[in-house]
Design a protein around this ligand. Structure first.
Ligand SMILES: O=C(O)CCC(=O)C(=O)O
Length: 274
């Protein structure tokens, strides 16, 4: 990506709150991630994934999988082990270049999750993943402080439930009278788009952007990784984020820095040299 393309990408992201980077991951990487992901989800739920019997309200025994809003939508926390912890997955050079331009030096990963819409899923409520970092009192939108990177594990289509998004809604700061009206009602008056992207793309979304999961009318599960990166000075991080010692040892320094806020699990009781 040359400087001009980067400038266009950043402007698009600032204007819309969303940026699609096609062709970041090659077919082999997507296939490897998909296979490891499906194995994990199948093991956690103890069931076939494509049969539409995705657990609706229950919780798997390890607590790694949780239902989200709407029927047949689940989220699953991912372990920082290969291939999920591979540098090419979580710190791909192109992705890092764009993320650093958005979030500044010293950005860190605070959450490693995923979303699956099973066949037969329903509409979620329109929601934001995070509100304005300084609250609504300021009354004006502030620059992006955190993004989620979605990595689709299959082509996302209208049929299998490509996520619905409201471009530029990351810049909406609620007034006192608006704050009491739910976003699903407010969104009816606004134009939305669908995240129809091929596998191999990375989608960077401002956490404030309004969005929702939608019905999956295909016969197979539709899954994406969801990795949150944020500015160096934001201290929030998911309690679930832990780095196995072997992963820490395998990472180069610049990737360790991205995960430096997460605890490292030591195999021998010693904290690895951080
Ligand atoms: O799976 C999707 O398309 C969106 C999921 C989502 O936004 C959620 O579960 O909070």
């Amino acid at each position: 990506m040359d400087d001009e393309a980067l400038a266009t990408a950043l402007r698009t992201f600032r204007d819309s709150g969303l940026l699609i980077l096609p062709g970041v991951f090659d077919a082999d990487r997507v296939a490897t991630l998909r296979s490891a992901y499906d194995d994990l989800l199948r093991a956690e739920l103890g069931q076939d994934l494509g049969d539409g019997t995705g657990r609706e309200t229950g919780r798997d025994t390890s607590g790694r999988v949780q239902p989200t809003d709407g029927r047949k939508h689940v989220q699953m926390q991912l372990p920082l082990v290969p291939p999920f912890s591979d540098v090419e997955t979580i710190a791909h050079p192109l992705l890092l270049r764009v993320l650093t331009a958005i979030l500044g030096d010293g950005l860190h990963c605070s959450y490693y999750n995923s979303n699956t819409a099973f066949p037969g899923s329903t509409y979620q409520r329109v929601h934001r993943d995070a509100g304005p970092v300084f609250g609504a009192d300021l009354g004006v939108p502030t620059p992006t402080t955190a993004v989620v990177v979605n990595i689709p594990l299959c082509d996302f289509t209208r049929e299998n439930g490509s996520t619905e998004v409201w471009p530029a809604s990351h810049l909406i700061v609620d007034s006192v009278q608006d704050a009491g009206v739910d976003l699903t009602t407010r969104a009816q008056a606004l134009a939305s788009a669908r995240m129809d992207v091929p596998a191999g793309a990375a989608v960077i979304r401002d956490l404030r952007l309004w969005h929702r999961g939608v019905p999956n009318e295909s016969a197979g599960a539709r899954s994406m990784l969801a990795v949150v990166y944020q500015r160096a000075w934001l201290s929030w991080r998911a309690p679930s984020l832990r780095v196995p010692a072997a992963t820490w040892q395998a990472w180069p320094d610049h990737v360790r820095s991205i995960f430096s806020a997460a605890p490292v699990d030591a195999e021998d009781g010693d904290r690895p040299d951080v």
